[in-house]
Design a protein around this ligand. Structure first.
Ligand code: ATP
Length: 309
């Protein structure tokens, strides 16, 4: 069952096109992870879905619900990890949770949340004395206090040491066990691989690819990019595009005027079929090239352009 669907999301800030065209659907109970380089548009995408930023274009559906008509119902369905600054430093974790619980008609018990985020032993310490990892766990607890169906976690492990990171992973896996849907962003490939049911790779405000971690790895290691340019104009390239989209080994295509780019798991068969098509139509192909997927492609696709820690 689809719990969230976004279609053609777009958002610019002045001349910066932060989100250019984002489409995906999230299924109930899955951990859905958005990864991508710095500035790819992950946070802006999440903030539009969370109702914090208004999209310039596109639709966001939580089942039948949308922000224009059902904002109050959506707010009850979703839990957003608050910024660290939204917590009260002089209060204890228990007091912060109790306070956030008063914002909602219905809330989970503080006791239960403290256990889930493994902060029972620190319940009476002032929040300002917590470590980075403990603060992040509290932030997840605060997102969970209203017992939402969908939880949004924007880079919950950035800057944490490996042990603290693993503690957060445990919580995310527990959320899955109790049937919650988690939408996560991260810079860490290992994290995306370990936790996610599906990973959506975003770059320059667009979805590059979306699949299970194992299928993505498989795809990246198997796929080749084939480029053909057509002497007979954009229409010829478009016809070849429509033809190649139907070929079995072709995973996606892109056309820029007379240039056609095809990603295929079997370049030989794809080219053989395509040349059959161009010969039949009498279209002349000017240039053909096959680009290997490099380690850099894998790196960019899975970890982003910069490694941040
Ligand atoms: P990171 O991994 O670095 O957090 P991100 O993928 O979350 O990046 P966004 O934070 O969504 O990316 O930013 C996308 C682009 O939009 C960036 O170029 C960013 O500078 C710009 N941007 C985001 N929010 C604003 C804003 N409020 N005003 C102006 N520009 C913005």
């Amino acid at each position: 069952m689809t719990v969230l669907e976004v279609r053609n999301l777009k958002k610019s800030f002045g001349s910066i096109r932060a989100v250019q065209d984002i489409n995906f659907a999230v299924k109930a109970g899955e951990v859905f992870t958005i990864i991508g380089p710095n500035g790819a548009g992950k946070t802006t995408t999440l903030e539009m879905i969370e109702g914090l930023v208004t999209p310039d274009h596109g639709d966001i559906f939580f089942g039948e619900l949308n922000w224009n008509h059902h904002a109050n119902t959506i707010k009850k369905k979703i839990g957003v990890q608050p910024q660290s600054s939204a917590m009260f430093d002089l209060l204890t974790p228990e007091e912060n949770l109790n306070l956030f619980a008063t914002f909602y008609d219905q809330a989970r018990s503080t006791e239960e949340i403290l256990q889930l985020i493994n902060l029972t032993d620190h319940r009476h310490n002032q929040t300002k004395k917590l470590s980075g990892g403990q603060r992040q766990r509290l932030a997840i607890g605060l997102a969970m206090i209203s017992d939402p169906e969908i939880i949004f976690l924007d880079e919950p492990t950035t800057g944490l040491d490996p042990q603290a990171r693993r503690n957060i992973w445990d919580i995310i896996l527990q959320l899955k066990e109790i049937g919650k849907t988690t939408i996560l962003t991260t810079h860490y490939m290992e994290e995306a691989e370990k936790l996610s049911d599906r990973v959506c790779i975003v770059d320059q405000g667009k979805v590059i690819t979306l699949d299970t971690p194992s299928a993505l790895i498989e795809k990246l290691t198997k796929e080749r990019e084939v480029r053909l340019s057509f002497l007979d104009g954009a229409l010829a390239a478009e016809e070849a595009n429509l033809f190649s989209e139907k070929l079995e080994s072709v995973t996606r295509t892109e056309r820029e005027e007379t240039l056609l780019k095809i990603w295929t798991t079997n370049p030989e068969d794809t080219l053989y079929d395509l040349f059959g098509f161009t010969k039949e139509k009498n279209y002349r192909v000017e240039q053909v090239s096959i680009r290997e997927m490099s380690l850099e492609d894998v790196f960019i696709a899975f970890t982003g352009k910069e490694w941040r820690d």
